[in-house]
Design a protein around this ligand. Structure first.
Ligand SMILES: [Mg+2]
Length: 214
């Protein structure tokens, strides 16, 4: 299936198109406490990812996160990131969006497709992580797909800086690092930090011009 996708850019979903982290942090706070008394924004900024929060590391927390990862209902009503659908549409007018590439498990395919459709995102292939691979090693899994299909996938729009370290140093695609101004500079990977969706649009427009697409 991936062999047949159109040449273009891949698109992450969680915290690139949908606001996903808020429901995770809220659930963790409600269930396991919030010893630093931080707001969701503060905790997200301080630790980047809920897996990095030192007081949320117990076995119980791990089990909660696994259940949350597979909980179909939890994906249903996630809010959309403002304007993401409009800018995806505008980008696709000059550079194809090849596919969605998400570490969500295959078992959440239906709810994910319904959510994308509900919010007006394009109908393109949805590449998901095989359910049996579990909740760990999302970045190596995603990086392996990007590297394997480098000739079709020119890059990805993704909010996760952890993905960069998982890509092979020879990877030739571009990571449009959504929602970041800073990124690991000691990398051979082409990384373009984009603070918001308007920046993603501008940077991809520039790149498309470079590739002679427009
Ligand atoms: Mg993401």
């Amino acid at each position: 299936m991936i062999e047949d996708i159109q040449k273009g850019i891949a698109l992450d979903i969680d915290d690139t198109l949908s606001i996903t982290h808020v429901s995770w942090y809220q659930g963790l706070m409600d269930t396991f406490g919030n010893p630093e008394n931080l707001t969701i924004q503060e905790i997200a900024k301080k630790y980047s990812h809920s897996d990095a929060v030192p007081y949320w590391e117990s076995e119980e927390v791990i089990q909660w996160k696994i259940a949350k990862y597979y909980d179909v209902a939890g994906y249903k009503n996630l809010p959309i990131i403002e304007n993401a659908h409009h800018l995806v549409e505008r980008i696709s007018q000059f550079l194809p969006i090849s596919c969605y590439l998400t570490a969500r498990p295959e078992s959440t395919r239906e709810v994910t497709q319904e959510w994308l459709q509900k919010h007006g995102f394009p109908e393109i292939p949805l590449i998901m992580k095989p359910t049996e691979l579990g909740r760990s090693n999302h970045n190596p899994w995603k990086a392996s797909i990007l590297a394997e299909y480098e000739d079709r996938l020119l890059g990805i729009i993704d909010d996760n800086p952890g993905l960069i370290a998982s890509l092979p140093p020879t990877y030739d695609g571009t990571v449009f690092l959504y929602s970041h101004l800073d990124y690991p500079h000691d990398t051979t990977i082409n990384v373009i930090p984009c603070k918001d969706w308007d920046s993603v649009y501008l940077e991809i427009f520039r790149m498309a011009r470079l590739f002679g697409k427009i």
